[in-house]
Write a protein that binds this ligand. Structure first.
Ligand code: S3P
Length: 434
């Protein structure tokens, strides 16, 4: 499917609520599955990635109602209640599902195989397999360190002390899930902070998780107690409309009920440094996660050198940040972002290629890119089958000379299944074509 987006004549506007947070949705399903008792979830993202995790826990004997309007109930089976899946677990496009489930399954008394689509099958898995092996797990990847991941049963795991070589919330979360099954106390140290939804939700399920600075420790052998979970709107999905409102808003725009966990709001901080007016109103805490309504005022942006410390806190938002930078005056530099090469696509290549096609001057580095703000032209770009690249280029079209066609947008449904509907409700002219 291709999207064709017309430049916005009347400007984007309104008050929107984007779907539930993808990272929190995966965790809600996984923790609910191994808790004791029944968990009611609200605000679940019904995107393909999260549905892959849902199918995986169902394949391991967990009963769950079908999600409807983000609401569902999961009947937890307890830490030791999962059953061997009959076939390989297909996690589609989802790196989060694969890495978190590898951690969950490493300490089970049954084996499993984790497979994924073409993109997931090229993504690095040694980063999770190696520390799990140190815990005594029998976890193997294919020869290139990529999926499939094959896990054999073990009698138990041992706790480890582990310093993550790269900042990764998926790896951290996988190890925390495995640590639930390990004898002793596992401690993980992060090189820089990454999203902490797993730690917060473990606490919400009554499981002690000790956090001091960049160190997280957890003892195995406890119990998780079912707890209702209310999932906020995904700040990574709201990000597209935040930038749309800044660049092409006709008035102040509101994104309602957005998760504003400080490990996720790097983009908002970067945009503010570029001159954006973004306010957080009605701040509240829901199920241990900060939530607010984002009020975005159309603003004139200027380029900056993005502080590398903010990059891990904005890692999924770099494609849309590139679009903001293409529109800003002057030069923006994003470095320390080598991890972008290992996402659903090589996002450095995807953004460099697409922006150049639209007439923007871009320099590519091994760990990032530099963008000279300018005039965005009409044209056709490739999403590289990456949902976030696709949605970012939709927003680039708003101020372009003419329509922009974005190829290969099917994967938008992995994180934002009603993107077209929300975009149209905000006043965007967007069509989907086979
Ligand atoms: C995620 C962590 C991040 C992020 C991904 C979701 C998570 O990846 O890019 O989209 O839910 O834990 P890393 O673990 O590679 O940082």
């Amino acid at each position: 499917m291709h999207f064709r987006v017309s430049p916005s004549r009347r400007g984007v506007r309104g008050s929107i609520r984007v779907p539930g947070d993808k990272s929190i949705s995966h965790r809600a399903l996984i923790l609910a599955a191994i808790a004791v008792g029944s968990t009611r979830i609200r605000g679940l993202l019904e995107g393909d990635d999260v549905l892959a995790t849902l199918r995986a826990i169902q394949a391991m004997g967990v009963t769950a109602t079908s999600p409807c309007d983000g609401k569902m109930t999961v009947e937890g089976v307890g830490l030791r209640g999962l059953k061997a899946p009959r076939e390989a677990l297909d996690l589609g496009n989802s790196g989060t599902a694969m890495r978190l489930l590898a951690g969950l399954l490493a300490g089970q008394s049954f084996g499993a195989e984790l497979v994924g689509d073409e993109s997931l099958s090229t993504r690095p898995m040694l980063r999770v397999a190696q520390p799990l092996q140190r815990m005594g797990a029998l976890v193997k990847t294919a020869s290139g360190g990529t999926p499939p991941i094959v896990i054999q049963p073990v009698a138990g795991l041992r706790a480890i002390e582990y310093r993550l070589p790269i900042a990764s919330a998926q790896v951290k979360s996988a190890l925390l899930l495995a640590a639930l099954y390990a004898k002793g106390r596992t401690c993980i140290e992060e090189p820089s902070p990454t999203r902490d939804h797993t730690e917060r939700m473990l606490e919400g399920f009554g499981y002690a998780c000790e956090r001091t600075g960049n160190r997280i420790c957890l003892s195995g052998g406890g119990k998780l107690h079912a707890s209702d979970v209310d999932i906020p709107a995904d700040v990574s999905s709201a990000a597209f409309f935040v930038v749309a409102a800044l660049l092409a808003g006709s008035e102040q725009m509101c994104m309602r009920h957005v998760g504003t966990n400080p490990t996720r709001t790097g983009l908002l901080e970067i945009l503010r440094r570029m001159g954006a007016r973004i306010e957080e109103q009605n701040r509240r805490t829901i199920c241990g996660e900060p939530v607010a309504d984002l009020m975005v005022t159309p603003s004139t942006l200027h380029g900056i050198e993005v502080p590398t410390a903010l990059v891990p806190l904005a890692i999924d938002e770099i494609p849309i940040l590139c679009v903001a930078a293409a529109h800003a005056s002057g030069r923006s530099v994003i470095r320390g972002a080598e991890e972008l090469r290992h996402k659903e696509s090589d996002r450095i290549v995807a953004m460099v290629t697409g922006l150049r096609k639209l007439g923007i001057a871009v320099e590519e580095y091994a760990d990032g890119l530099a963008i000279q703000g300018g005039h965005i032209g009409a044209g056709t770009v490739d999403s590289f089958a990456d949902h976030r690249v696709a949605m970012a280029f939709c927003m680039a079209a708003l101020t372009a000379d003419g329509p922009v066609t974005i190829r290969d947008c099917d994967n938008v449904s992995t994180s934002f299944p009603n993107f077209l509907e929300v975009a149209r409700s905000a006043g965007m002219g967007i069509d989907a074509r086979e």
